[in-house]
Design a protein around this ligand. Structure first.
Ligand SMILES: Cc1ncc(COP(=O)(O)O)c(C=O)c1O
Length: 288
């Protein structure tokens, strides 16, 4: 079947009485509805990478991720739909049976190889990359999380899809690529906030700048909020779980707990604290 991403993704206003005192108007950009197998920022990041891979005659995509990586999963699906072989370099050692993310990737034809954690930390060093090329031949290599200049180009297509004026766009951040791309195409006066899903997310400030420099344009219309990581990557608390359950009951939207829920919690918390001026129009990107 032809691959048909739902782009532009829908934008819907969220009616939530908890926001009323702050005067904030909140919209959801439903990128999670782009495609069931390659949703959200995954599709936006892969789109131009797939085009570049095929333009340069590559048959194999190779990428990196942890054992629960949405990007690894989406790359496996993209290989299946667009006719590439795929290799996933997974951090750490193999655990059998495979978890649902990796089992799905294998089902979609991905070959998994495991890299010990020490080597994984140096995976962008030329010697490690050379070693992978020696092992696997001419592969199209995408970094962890799929974040590179072409991914930024894909993510920069999001803001112009929003058919009304707004002040602020929010997304969750893991590698910073989505935020870096979104910030590239904001209008004068608009700003973007990336909510770090990781503890110690301060490093993302350098990463977003580095990615934008790789793209060729560094902007100063974004910031990183590091206060809502809930203990770190994939960590959760009873408070976050309650927020997700309550949000689901109010709005019939199931928030992804690793990324999206932390951003949403952060937006509501900042609104409650009076951090947004009255009447601020916010678009929150549901990235997955
Ligand atoms: C659902 C979801 N939202 C947000 C992110 C973070 O995006 P980025 O790595 O571009 O900061 C990810 C991970 O890539 C994700 O899977």
């Amino acid at each position: 079947m032809a691959f048909e991403p739902r782009v532009p993704s829908p934008v819907t206003e969220l009616a939530d009485e908890r926001l009323a005192p702050s005067g904030v108007r909140l919209y959801l950009k439903r990128d999670d509805l782009i495609h069931p197998e390659i949703p959200g920022n995954k599709w936006r990041k892969l789109k131009y990478n797939l085009a570049a891979a095929s333009e340069h005659g590559h048959h194999t995509l190779l990428t990196f991720g942890g054992a629960y990586s949405n990007h690894v999963r989406a790359t496996a699906a993209a290989g299946h739909h667009f006719g590439f072989s795929t290799i996933g370099v997974i951090r750490g050692e193999e655990h059998l049976p495979l978890n649902p993310v990796l089992a799905y990737a294998v089902e979609r034809g991905m070959r998994l190889v495991y890299m010990d954690r020490a080597t994984y930390r140096t995976k962008t060093d030329p010697s490690v990359v050379e070693d992978l090329r020696r092992r696997f031949g001419e592969v199209y290599l995408m970094p962890e999380g799929g974040s590179n200049a072409l991914a930024l180009r894909g993510c920069s297509e999001l803001p112009p899809e929003i058919p009304f004026s707004y002040d602020l766009i929010c997304c969750a951040s893991g590698t910073g690529g989505t935020l870096a791309g979104i910030a590239l195409s904001l209008a004068e006066g608009q700003r973007a906030i990336g909510f770090s899903a990781l503890k110690g997310g301060e490093f993302l400030r350098d990463e977003v700048r580095r990615l934008q420099a790789e793209y060729g344009r560094v902007t100063d219309n974004w910031s990183i909020d590091t206060a809502y990581h809930f203990g770190g990557y994939a960590r959760r608390t009873a408070e976050l779980d309650d927020f997700v359950r309550d949000f689901g009951e109010r709005h019939a939207v199931t928030l992804d707990r690793i990324y999206v829920a932390k951003m949403m919690y952060g937006i509501f918390a900042l609104a409650r604290q009076g951090q947004f001026s009255h009447g601020t129009v916010i678009v929150a990107v549901v990235t997955g």
